[in-house]
Design a binder for this molecule. Sequence first.
Ligand SMILES: Nc1ncnc2c1ncn2[C@@H]1O[C@H](COP(=O)(O)OP(=O)(O)O)[C@@H](O)[C@H]1O
Ligand SMILES: [Mg+2]
Length: 256
Amino acid sequence: MKTISLMSAKGGCSKTTTSINIAVGLAKNNKVLLIDLDPQGNSSKRFFTNYLELDGICELLRKEKSNEECIHHTQFDNLDIIPSKRNLFVLKKEMLYASHGIQQLRLKNVLDPIKKDYDYIIIDNHPDIDLLISNALLCSDMVIIPVNPDADSIELSDSIEGMNLTLANIKEAIEEGEIGGMDFRILLTMTDNTKASRMFEEYLRSDYGEYVLQTNINYQSAPIKNKDRSGFVIEKDDTRIGQNYQLLVDEIRSLS
Ligand SMILES: Nc1ncnc2c1ncn2[C@@H]1O[C@H](COP(=O)(O)OP(=O)(O)O)[C@@H](O)[C@H]1O
Ligand SMILES: [Mg+2]
């Protein structure tokens, strides 16, 4: 059983697209639970158009509803999801002012009894560094940080900055004894044949070596989301991006 968080202090680097596609891919052979820990509910809306009506992570963390009420089967065999919506913003505030219990451990406490039912738990995180991220770190075995080539120089790149902030946050959590350690990997996303893309890849592979996943996710110019807004590109094995995600799923399986 392995819990993997998709995390970066930068929005738009492919955390959600990667979370949903590896969750769908892993579910072909394994029992998978996808947790949407972003109050914007971007993963949730890809699976359920009525996600605002569903009980999810907020109700579960508040212990207002049972596991059965908050965990939803998806249209994919072996793939369940705990959805999220904007009330998670309110819970975040409640956690900040709560005077009882260890707020960083709330997600771990909820997941510990559920873990036995799954082979993988994938957590799609939002780009902030806050209590929700601490909760994700305290129950993750591995963090995958997506980095997209978003500038002509490494220094001007928001996605490199987002990666560095996330790595610094993980380091701090280790130093403060919140977590014993953390396995992490960097995933190159939205790569193409431009000079900038090659420069990002050379920089990351030379500085981070084995921590950079072998598989890159190519940039796809056609919209990722279809008319049905799902964006399950891994289902389209005649596309480059579909094949990339399948290779990534194989690589993630080989890590465990
Ligand atoms: N490989 C890709 N090629 C082209 N567009 C992509 C790719 N991956 C993600 N996108 C698009 O980039 C935007 C941000 O992706 P998303 O997964 O929502 O990022 P995040 O969750 O990190 O904010 C979305 O519009 C998504 O469709
Ligand atoms: Mg997202």
